[in-house]
Design a binder for this molecule. Sequence first.
Ligand code: F0G
Length: 435
Amino acid sequence: MPAELACIEERCRARFAITEILYNCPQCGGLLEAVYGKPAQSADELKALWRARRTSNAPLDQSGVWRYREFIPFLDDLSRVVTLREGCTPLLPGRRAAEYGGLDALVFKHQGFNPTGSFKDNGMTCGASQAVQLGATRVACVSTGNTSASMAAYASAAGLQPVIFIPYGNIAFGKLAQALEYGAKTIQVEANFDQILALVRQLADRLGIYLLNSINPFRIEGQKTIMAEMLDQRDWKAPDWVVLPGGNLGNISAFGKGLRELKELGLIDRLPRLAVVQAAGAAPFYDLMHAADRSRLNAIEHPETLATAIKIGDPVSWPKALRELDASDGVVEKVTEQEIADAKAVIGRCGIGCEPASAATLAGIRKLTSAGVMRHDSDVVAVLTGNVLKDPGYIHQYHTGVLLGPTGERITPTYGNPPVVLPNDSGRIADFLAS
Ligand code: F0G
């Protein structure tokens, strides 16, 4: 079976050519996903092939996405791939973080090591390559910051014109700066993420622009490889849990799909449980998972969190996310602004660091272990989605004790580490260091 697009709705499952420009099923409006036949290689052959490529200098093999190309076979011409050598992100143990989270051990898969500093690069290499394959000249996205930084870089690298739409005043400065530097036409709209996404979906059709939001199925294919790489790095031993923050819910959809497919291919023998963590002020998926009726998500009209990456009230991929949580016996947790801020500082003290949304993982783990949902001796991989330098303003405000939450509440700098000012005097500096 060649690669196709399929509607995810069980009652529909309509199929479409992989080269059609579709974001939703034209028959029922459902979300779409890429589907494939079985690869020619056995599980053991795939493992050996993917491992051997790590020593290769070929650009595709050096990408931690395209190294796994038999797992994402939607392009028939690999010369169209646009790669910045994304993926290849490390697994880092964090002893202090484990202790803080109530675990014996904890490992972070740090997607902040990507070329533009977030997991979006894993998906964007695929989305941008498909845009080239389709003959697009302009690509667009709505973003809380990281998608736009990533899209700007990959579009420019591919010779496409990037157009980005961001909520005015609500994205971290590092991300906005990246979009400008990578040459994106940058439109700051006076509305929130959900409102702008609705607007841009109409505009994309009208102006013939290819959309690279996570509703784009090829982005999801790329993000699947984060799980393949993590398992390859663990010699294909599945952890008990994979924990990640949830915003628009594309990443959880990608991880769930990837893990199920790896199990179907015989590369792993069991599925890890997935745990999604949302900010308490932007937790519509948490509400859905705790509601009696899970047939529709109640959007939050005014989502609020300082973790602006996940400040989303109406996540488009919720039906996929729900399917993956059910398939993996997963859970959803929500955490406060104070919990995110403190967890983030603890991750920093491990010498690792991350942006605020990523720290929701550790804050969520702490709650899940204390509630007895996650055992202290569980084998846990937490995915840090963005680099520490994405949002330096937040960090400086936390450590100097002036960080205010979305409703003006003061965040306590529990692990604050403010800088000091001293005169140009060796005696005074020596006294300070001795104290
Ligand atoms: N962490 C970070 C750092 C993010 O940038 C995002 C999403 C998420 C987590 C949540 O992932 O949406 O797949 O559930 N950022 C998007 C953006 C929305 O526009 O950059 P998700």
